[in-house]
Write a protein that binds this ligand. Structure first.
Ligand code: GAF
Length: 384
């Protein structure tokens, strides 16, 4: 993993090459892996993410000619440039839409325009929130440069609006909150309705545990239909039950009035998933053996597979192989339809479990997965 120091030097140098002068600073924001609490965020529910050690870095400097220029060290390296007053949802499109949407949200403070150079080691399309790492690194940069009165919670909203209204991906606030509010050594317990947060200590190494991420290499994107369909189904279920959001249903008995099987499944996932977040937080707060959260993770996967129906054959194979090989628990993470799984495993079994997953993939004819272990890391910060 690249250090903040080296990452800042690399982004500064690339910024100079592209834009011919030094940036005003460099900011970093992490990807995330969600321990538990999937698709609960847009149902006013609970989530429990940790920040990844992997970050996106934004080197930023203001201009005076009223133009926005965006460059990335990924892809073909081409600079996307347009006038500030040309910014509009979908323009620019592609990766540039994410930072452009954040710039647009602060347009009146940035009339002279701005140059942004981004670099990342967050796996893209892997369900690890590379898009929020991108929007939040730029949001923190612009806050420091032109909008110091904004709180981190305001930035969560600024970044979410970029995804929802500029890019057109109907996400909740899980990923942006993780990128901006997580702290090293802790999982972030967030009540998305009350916007209440609690840092829950999660020292896996002290318990002899590893949190292994398995990137299946099958990609997902939120602007596609499946995610939006699930969101609509949840809203319909809440409406039929006569509650503001599925968060307001206390337990599965409260779903008896739903006679549509699809809506019942979607709602049951949300209700049981909220309960699982509270159960995991309870275990961690009591300082009980974190191994016991493994079972809850695997139950969460079954619910995402059977009730929410957003898993894939690769994700199911990963979870099954990991648990059979001795992991304490495993589940898919993020929006679904591809991406990554997370596996809770004893440190001395981690290699064997990763091998078992790789073997299962090879036997099934799937591309080899990428695996790495995760330490709960710091949220967004200025690094130069
Ligand atoms: C994606 C979304 F961006 C989040 O808001 C959240 O809904 C997540 O999927 C599922 O928990 O990452």
């Amino acid at each position: 993993m690249i250090s903040d120091h080296d990452a800042a030097a690399r982004a500064t140098e690339a910024f100079r090459e592209r834009f011919g002068g030094a940036p005003e600073g460099v900011w970093a924001a992490p990807g995330r892996v969600n321990v538990i609490g999937e698709h609960t965020d847009y149902n006013d529910g609970y989530v429990l993410p940790v920040a990844l050690p992997h970050t996106t870095r934004a080197a930023v400097g203001r201009r005076t000619d009223g133009r926005l220029a965006l460059a990335s060290l990924r892809g073909d390296g081409a600079v996307v440039e347009l006038a500030m007053d040309e910014l509009a949802p979908g323009r620019p499109g592609g990766w540039a839409g994410y930072p452009a949407g954040v710039v647009e949200g602060l347009r009146e403070r940035l009339v002279g325009g701005v140059n942004v150079l981004v670099d990342t080691d967050v796996p893209v399309g892997a369900g690890l929130s590379s898009s929020a790492a991108l929007t939040c690194s730029v949001a923190l940069a612009l806050r420091d440069l032109v909008a110091p009165e904004l709180s981190r919670t305001d930035l969560v909203e600024l970044a979410r609006r970029s995804e929802n209204h500029f890019v057109g991906a109907p996400t909740g606030i899980l990923d942006q909150s993780a990128a901006l509010l997580c702290t090293a050594g802790n999982a972030l317990f967030l009540d998305t309705r009350e916007q209440r947060t609690e840092q829950v200590p999660l020292d896996l190494a002290a318990a002899g545990l590893e949190l292994l991420v398995v990137d299946t290499g099958t990609s997902h994107t939120h602007a596609d239909g499946g995610y939006g369909d699930r969101r609509r189904e949840c809203e319909q279920a809440a409406e039929r039950l006569g509650v503001p959001a599925l968060r307001d249903v206390a337990d599965v008995a409260g779903l008896a009035a739903l006679d549509d099987d699809v809506l019942l499944r979607r709602a049951r996932h949300i209700v049981t998933e909220n309960a699982r977040v509270l159960e995991v937080v309870g275990i961690l707060r009591r300082d009980a053996d974190p191994r016991s959260i493994g079972r809850v993770l695997t139950e969460g996967h079954a619910s995402l597979r059977d009730d929410f129906q957003i898993s894939t054959v690769e994700l199911d194979a990963c979870v099954d192989a990991a648990v059979e090989a001795g992991a304490h628990g495993a589940r898919m993470v993020g929006g679904g339809f591809g991406g990554s799984a997370v596996v809770l495993v004893d440190g001395d079994r981690a290699g064997a479990v990763a091998d078992a997953v790789r073997e299962r993939f090879a036997r099934a004819g799937f591309a080899p997965p990428r695996t790495f272990d995760v330490v709960p890391s710091a949220g967004a910060r200025r690094i130069a």
